[in-house]
Ligand binder design. Structure first.
Ligand SMILES: Cc1cc2nc3c(=O)[nH]c(=O)nc-3n(C[C@H](O)[C@H](O)[C@H](O)COP(=O)(O)O)c2cc1C
Length: 665
């Protein structure tokens, strides 16, 4: 691919001299684990994923971490140290480099860090100190082992170079092994790889020198560093500046990139979400850049919008823009921006479902891109069906599952009419956008709304469609996407429901979104849902009530939420004083009449009183309206039930299901 037209984003789309190379623009694909390799080898899916990001406009791609030293055995990483991987590596490099995009492999080791449960049995580290999250105590690398590791890394870099890679990025951020060596509280060694700043930086400095020794000056070497790791006595911004200066002093490093957080309570900061500001590292990046004049710096972290990226470059905070999640969501982000088609970008919603996927050992996936990893992912638009196969399709429900199916079916040439009960499309996702941290989710239905308009979907909003409404349109095919509602909690008195004194959480939030006046008193949220929407609702309620208590029968909070998000939830609950009562049930023995709620321990039944309760609400597993679905099923021969109406699930499941059915009809 040639240069993108820089007219619209003169900073972002301008070429940039990096080391001995000229990048065609400033868009950098940040390292993202994809789990698209297999048997430690390069696969077609892996090559396709990266080639598509290059085709879509990235000028520099940093791969996921590879296994570059012989002790690295991780099954999800391509084994670069193994000579048998050469053909695959060459294929990978060729597919990306031919798009005029430089490909850098990431060299990294997790050290004592671990995202999964349990200890890391294979961990190596700087010192015999436990990881803050998993409490893994690593094997302490001896000097001889370090030297062997550095030699292996250098040999692997040489192999990468021979196979066509333009360079490597050394990841010393996110609390991984190199970070552990840099940190004064994680590295207490007394040999040459510990002690003062120079000692702690020696591992990386020796590695850069070893790579330069075998690969020469034109091979790009960048380092991802901690800018502020959020760990006491570790790497604060001042220490980060000292480390950056020390490592770049010899002129051997081609660029720096700064991240935040570590393998500790600050882990959530390494993938910032919308509970904080947008582009939250930019101010820090700007000041760290001033500590290393002349060294190119990549800005990274929750930069999702091309205008935002252009502004960061224009303001001089950085030289290049790193995009992690945004390029998962839309590989053609750069291409569309350059063509003035910003509205066609499927934007990252910062939900971190992608992180959940890879840490649960699944391939990378996205809430707002149902086609991650497919061959035709770049700027995908459906192919039209032959005229003889065109159908009239009625969609019941305009949440994200229904709308995804609707716009795709229409873009394929079908005549599509979509009924939505609400005044606006988006279903329950729209409600989530009103909650703290949820605003980005609107990108899902905003994209669908535009695509539906472009492809000619007829929307009938504010209509709770009956079988007769649908029948009157004489459809060939019906898509039922009418969602699901929260179940009344088992054992709760019917009187509470009949009197309407206990609303479900959705109703409660829907009633309160326009309401900002404080209520005072205590709100009790009974949680048998454990999704991010429920925890965000607790934050929302905390704005209105003096006290919010979340009661759950589980033994811990946010168990089903990706670890990075979970840590953020725990932090915010602590900061806002939201209380939680685990192993608790509320049942018919409880009473609301005396103004309190009685919670019983699930094992012993021992009661705890919560006094002065002005709101009791619940979030429970959802159930579809089976009677309504059955009535539609019996009335129409061709029917597809999608999203929560089929089986209550995640946002990702809803868009993926709608996408599949839209393509199937
Ligand atoms: C699913 C996922 C996988 C990631 N994998 C890596 C990785 O393997 N190596 C790395 O250095 N950073 C990794 N990161 C961090 C990103 O490179 C980046 O620093 C972070 O996502 C913030 O950038 P963004 O807001 O543009 O996504 C990963 C992030 C996500 C969400």
């Amino acid at each position: 691919m040639s240069r993108l037209d820089p007219t619209r984003y003169p900073h972002l789309l301008m070429p940039f001299a990096l080391g001995a190379h000229t990048l065609r623009n400033r868009i950098v694909h940040a390292s993202m684990t994809t789990r698209l390799s297999a048997n430690r080898r390069v696969t077609d899916a892996l090559v396709r994923y990266y080639a598509n990001r290059a085709r879509g406009g990235a000028a520099l791609i940093v791969t996921e971490p590879v296994s570059a030293a012989r002790f690295q055995m991780a099954p999800q990483k391509v084994r670069v140290w193994d000579p048998d991987s050469e053909a695959g590596l060459a294929r990978w490099a060729e597919a990306v480099e031919r798009e005029d995009c430089r490909l850098l492999a990431q060299i990294q080791d997790p050290g004592r860090g671990r995202h999964e449960r349990g200890r890391n049995p294979d961990a190596v580290g700087a010192s015999a100190l436990p990881d803050d999250l998993s409490w893994t105590v690593p094997h302490v690398l001896s000097v001889a082992e370090i030297e062997r590791m550095l030699q292996d890394f250098a040999d692997s870099c040489r192999r990468l170079q021979r196979c066509g890679f333009s360079g490597v990025e050394l990841s010393a951020a996110h609390g991984h092994l190199f970070h552990q060596f840099l940190s004064p509280c994680m590295n207490t060694r007394e040999d040459r790889y510990g002690g003062d700043l120079a000692g702690r930086c020696r591992l990386l400095a020796d590695l850069v020198a070893a790579i330069r020794g075998v690969c020469g000056g034109s091979f790009l070497v960048g380092i991802k560093l901690p800018g502020d790791d959020g760990v006491e006595r570790s790497i604060c911004p001042d220490e980060a500046a000292r480390i950056a200066r020390h490592l770049t002093a010899g002129g051997a490093v081609d660029y720096l990139c700064f991240a935040q957080g570590a393998h500790a309570a600050s882990l959530d900061r390494h993938i910032p979400d919308l509970h904080g500001p947008r582009a939250p590292y930019v101010t820090l990046t700007r000041s760290l850049k001033s500590a290393v004049p002349g060294v190119p710096v990549i800005a990274l972290g929750l930069i999702t919008d091309p205008a935002e990226a252009d502004g960061i470059l224009a303001g001089g905070a950085a030289d290049l823009i790193g995009l992690g999640r945004p390029l998962v969501t839309d590989p053609a982000w750069g291409l569309k921006a350059s063509q003035g088609r910003e509205a066609d970008i499927r934007y990252c919603v910062s939900c971190n479902s992608c992180w959940a996927a890879i840490t649960e050992h699944r391939a990378l996936a996205c809430d707002n891109n149902p086609r991650v990893g497919l061959a035709d992912e770049v700027d995908w638009w459906p192919a039209r069906v032959p005229a003889a196969q065109r159908k009239r399709v009625v969609v019941v429900g305009t949440g994200i599952a229904g709308m995804e199916a609707a716009w795709i079916a229409a873009a394929r040439g079908h005549e599509v009419i979509a009924f939505g009960a609400g005044a606006a499309l988006g279903g329950k996702t729209r409600l989530l956008t009103a909650l703290p941290g949820g605003e980005g989710l609107s990108s899902i239905y905003d994209y669908q709304a535009l695509a539906a308009k472009k492809s000619g979907v007829r929307l009938e909003l504010g209509v709770q469609a009956t079988v007769d409404d649908v029948r009157s349109l004489a459809p060939d095919s019906v898509i039922v996407a009418c969602g699901a509602t929260m179940r009344w909690p088992d054992g709760w008195p019917d009187a509470w429901r009949e009197e309407g004194v206990v609303p479900d959480l959705r109703a409660c939030i829907a009633d309160s979104v326009a309401f900002t006046a404080r209520q005072g008193g205590t709100a009790v949220l009974f949680d048998r849902d454990a999704t991010e929407g429920t925890y965000a609702s607790a934050l929302f309620l905390r704005r209105l009530f003096d006290r919010v208590v979340l009661v759950t029968p589980r033994d811990r909070l946010a168990e089903d939420v990706p670890l990075v998000n979970r840590l953020g939830i725990l932090r915010r609950f602590a900061e806002r004083g939201i209380e939680s009562m685990t192993l608790g049930r509320i049942d018919g023995g409880s009473s609301l009449e005396d103004g309190g709620v009685r919670v019983h321990n699930v094992y012993t039944g021992a009661p705890t009183e919560i006094p002065d309760v002005v709101l009791l609400t619940y979030a429970t597993p959802r159930a579809p309206d089976l009677a309504r679905i059955a009535a539609l099923e019996s009335a129409f021969p061709e029917i597809h039930v999608v999203g929560d109406a089929y089986a209550p699930g995640s946002t990702m499941a809803a868009t993926a299901h709608g996408h599949r059915i839209g393509n199937l009809i």
